[in-house]
Design a protein around this ligand. Structure first.
Ligand code: F6P
Length: 348
């Protein structure tokens, strides 16, 4: 029996989204199914904005960054009648299944719709932050880490030439995955993340010790979600604004500058800041992310074919498996002690 399959991308964009769309569509079209793209995440289902996804639309997508469907941080649960409109448009469009590609927020909505309305949805884990539970990796993370690592490499040569401390602020709203991985890969001297917050005084101590031991530069990687933490026990989040989005998140950013000011004041070393920001999310996915996104997309299409909903494609070791959406969105995956220990071995 033929099916009509919808695909949406929600939340912050991420390299590899188009590769997932291509894989879901390609496998579903090969089965003789109709494939429909939902515009701008959940907003597209609230407003009924859909478009056909045929072989022509998915051609050339594999290396393309961003998402051809557009994305948004719309939460139907926060809109008057939002959930009813999602369900109504889904049925009016004759859809049999939806593949939702997103992070904790987008998939959180998918999990809730499935639990409350038996909504036929399958999830694909996306986020450069790599903070989704029940999967070892999300696609997009490898690309972001590669971009940050290259930036750290470049900053090394200019830091050495000028005897400077370089602070690099990277993304990661709740977790320090990008900071830890790129810090290890780039040989950072201090790494500050939310899960293992060393204090500002300790960080300055490490930098001072390095310089006393003959090094005249230091690279400090800080995750945007790190709270300024002091020996006194005081902690302070740095954000661009206090307003929250529909999922309750503030817009982070700015910790790098505050930290640099502290380091310069406490150590007397000239300090500069680089905020990588959305550069980490832009451009073409790495080969690893293209392959992971493709495998996730095929798995999601197979789950739809088998009529198995409320599940998410996930990576366990090197195997693609399915896990429950409820489990995947129940809590965030933070950086465990053993990963941080690898980074810590090179601090100072
Ligand atoms: O969740 C992915 C992420 O890139 C976070 O690391 C970051 O805090 C946030 O999205 C930025 O969101 P926006 O694109 O709305 O500025």
């Amino acid at each position: 029996m033929s099916k009509r399959v919808g695909v949406l991308t929600g939340g912050g964009d991420c390299p590899g989204l188009n590769a997932v769309i291509r894989a879901v569509a390609r496998r579903s079209l090969d089965r003789g199914y109709d494939v429909v793209g939902v515009r701008a995440g959940w907003r597209g289902l609230v407003e009924g904005r859909l478009e056909p996804l045929g072989r022509r639309e998915i051609s050339g997508l594999l290396p393309r960054g961003g998402t051809i469907l557009g994305t948004s941080r719309t939460n139907p649960y926060k809109l008057e009648g939002g959930v009813d409109r999602v369900l109504a448009h889904f049925h009016e469009e004759g859809l049999d299944a939806l593949v939702a590609i997103g992070g904790e927020d987008t998939l959180g909505v998918a999990a809730k719709l499935h639990a409350e309305h038996d909504f036929p949805v399958v999830g694909v884990p996306k986020t450069i932050d790599n903070d989704l539970s029940a999967t070892d990796y999300t696609f997009g993370f490898d690309t972001a880490v590669s971009i940050c690592t290259e930036a750290i490499d470049r900053l090394h040569t200019t830091a050495e030439s000028h005897n400077r401390v370089m602070v690099v602020e990277v993304m990661g709203r709740h977790t320090g995955w990008i900071a830890v991985m790129s810090g290890i890969a780039g040989g950072a001297d201090v790494i500050l993340i939310p899960e293992h917050p060393i204090t500002v005084e300790q960080a300055c101590g490490e930098i001072r010790r390095r310089h006393e031991a003959g090094k005249d530069f230091s690279i400090v990687v800080v995750s945007e979600g790190y709270e300024l933490t002091y020996d006194s026990g005081e902690r302070r989040q740095v954000a661009q604004e206090t307003a929250v989005d529909e999922f309750g998140h503030v817009r982070l950013g700015g910790i790098g500058h505050e930290l640099a000011r502290e380091i310069e004041e406490q150590t007397g070393f000239e300090t500069r800041v680089t905020v990588l920001g959305h550069i980490q999310r832009g451009g073409s996915p790495t080969a690893r992310d293209r392959v992971l996104a493709t495998r996730f997309g095929l798995k999601a299409a197979d789950l739809v074919h088998e009529g198995r909903f409320g599940l998410m494609a996930a990576l366990h070791g090197d195997t693609i498996v399915d896990v429950s959406l409820a489990e995947a969105t129940a809590k965030l995956k933070t950086v465990p002690d053993d990963w941080y220990a690898v980074a810590k071995a090179f601090i100072g």
